[in-house]
Write a protein that binds this ligand. Structure first.
Ligand code: MRU
Length: 369
């Protein structure tokens, strides 16, 4: 998608041989890249959220293995060190484990360790290219839904299609397109007058800092709201549809996503607003039966709750405390929305109901593309 009218991606190989990612810690105030030149840099980038969002975490980890092997003696020992260290960076998004598994499988199927560096880079490239194709397909899946909704809303006299999203499941969370935003971008291109309510997404404000910025850069009308406003807007008929992303979907359709997603799903059900989850199949964890008890929820530093970061009117970056110094804070970073609250999953293979039988059919390859 676009940054300052130039097609951009979140992760790229540079001519100097290094891997560069867009540094999401400083967006939208500065556009900077972060260099991933080895295992420590890759680990730092994922853990400190230089990159974030399930698909991008996976792509970064894949490149993390490649740069690690290039900097040392390629072989099983170094591969294991890299995979174990990268897998421990963030627990909830299953794409991390999925991508590391893919790179490992490819390397272990390559007998000559002298070829491992090139093989790891090649697999990381494939993961990135597949992400773009997959998200574009999710966009087409979602576009069908949005087109139908818009026909109904237009017939009822609406001037625009009102979409609510939480966190950032945009192109900044992926390599390109985004998952939740792909249908929105495609609807806008198809001439549907979309408007997006963007949840700020405390504590790290991915909605305010990232989603609002990327929608703006790509010409999509949007309005930033505090996290607590969504239910109110839904009750008043000001939201036609919710679309969020996911970090992990269980085999029965439970969906882990950024903290606060569950509350939006509850409000959507009460208000009769459809609640869709854009989910690449790489985010499905078939080993999870019961999402509530089996999906690990990342606990992050309480400092993300007690402090907020931003720039003042002079453009100077500041972090300020918003509570008394001795206030205790808890910071669960994700929650799990039961499949029964999800209208459907928007996947690259089509619309899939968030239940065990439908997901089993998807796994068996019986879903329409
Ligand atoms: O903590 P983050 O910013 O990595 O959380 C991101 C989300 O929860 C996204 O909604 C999810 O990863 C889907 S991204 C396509």
């Amino acid at each position: 998608m676009l940054i300052n009218n130039r097609p951009s991606r979140t992760i790229r190989e540079h001519a100097d041989g290094g891997v560069r990612v867009l540094d999401q810690r400083v967006l939208p105030h500065r556009i900077e890249e972060f260099v991933i030149d080895g295992l420590e840099a890759a680990t730092f980038a994922i853990r400190q959220m230089v990159v974030r969002g399930a698909p991008l975490i996976g792509a970064t980890a894949a490149y993390g293995v490649a740069v690690t092997l290039r900097g040392g003696k390629p072989g099983r020992e170094l591969l294991e060190t890299a995979v174990n260290q990268l897998a421990a960076t963030r627990p909830t998004a299953v794409n991390l484990r999925w991508a590391l598994q893919r790179v490992s499988n490819r390397l272990l199927a390559t007998p000559e360790t002298a070829e491992w560096v090139e093989a790891a880079f090649a697999e990381a490239r494939v993961i990135c290219e597949e992400d773009v194709v997959c998200n574009e397909a999710i966009g087409r899946t979602g576009l069908q839904i949005l087109s139908q909704l818009w026909e109904r809303r237009k017939a009822a006299g609406a001037r625009r299609l009102e979409i609510l999203t939480h966190c950032n499941a945009g192109w900044l969370a992926c390599v390109d397109w985004g998952t939740a935003t792909a249908p929105i971008y495609q609807a806008a291109r198809a001439g549907i007058p979309v408007h997006v309510w963007v949840d700020e997404t405390r504590p790290r404000n991915q909605g305010a800092a990232l989603t609002a910025w990327e929608l703006g850069q790509n010409g999509v009308p949007h309005t930033l709201i505090v996290d607590n406003a969504g239910g109110h807007l839904m009750q008043r008929g000001q939201v036609d549809v919710c679309i969020v992303g996911t970090d992990r979907v269980g085999a029965r359709g439970d969906v882990a996503n950024k903290i606060g997603t569950y509350l939006k799903a509850l409000a959507a059900q009460d208000a009769g607003v459809p609640f869709y989850v854009a989910a690449p199949t790489s985010s499905i964890d078939w080993s999870v039966e019961d999402g509530l008890s089996q999906i690990p929820i990342e606990e992050r530093s309480g400092r993300e709750v007690t402090h907020v970061w931003g720039v003042d009117d002079a453009g100077v970056a500041r972090e300020v405390r918003i509570c008394a110094p001795d206030t205790a804070a808890a910071n669960p970073a994700f929650d799990v929305t039961p499949g029964r609250l999800v209208t459907a999953l928007l996947t690259e293979a089509g619309v899939v109901a968030a239940d065990a039988a439908s997901l089993a059919r998807l796994r068996a390859g019986e879903c329409e593309r």
